[in-house]
Design a protein around this ligand. Sequence first.
Ligand code: FNR
Length: 186
Amino acid sequence: TPYDVAVLVGSLRKGSISRTLANALIGLADPRLALRLVEIGDLPLYDPDLDVEGGPAPWARLRREIAPAAGLLFVTPEYNRSVPASLKNAIDVGSRPYGKAVWSGKPGAIISLSQGLLGGFGANHHLRQMLVFLDVPAMQQPEAYLSNAGQLFDAEGGFVSPGTRDFMAAYLAAFASWIERAAKRA
Ligand code: FNR
């Protein structure tokens, strides 16, 4: 059976390029992977005072959906040179209660994008910093910084450039191998 991969998208807007990309990746994924979107838009802001008896229902839902995943794929734009607050919030929610973080030990991969030229580098690396603390071994290579993201997709959500499509397919194959290596170590 393929590895169950939870996909977190760091944008909440309807027309999100990140979400279009995540959906395109589902169609492109290595046969060793089964990608599944986990929603983060309904999570109340993390507040330890509310984290009693499972906390608000959306927090429990997020934790429940992340727990069985064999891997974590983050697809995110950059907001002010970092990750969007919605994604940071989801990470915070999943990191508590203390000692019960749902992320721990799950291999991860990060794809960042921007409509400009920098490819969301700032967001990508801020996210990596969080993953170090959360004990999520993040794939080092290949890295994925997609620039000019406004030109990536056609009206049907397909990749315009075969080069980008092939790169993403290779990226997902590398991630499948990364998960395999982590599974063998475990
Ligand atoms: C942005 N955007 C942006 N882009 C970038 O390359 N670096 C940045 O620091 C920022 N900062 C930023 C802050 C805020 C509050 C917003 C709303 C936007 C632009 C943003 O990355 C761009 O709109 C992406 O297309 C958003 O991704 P989705 O929603 O298309 O997935």
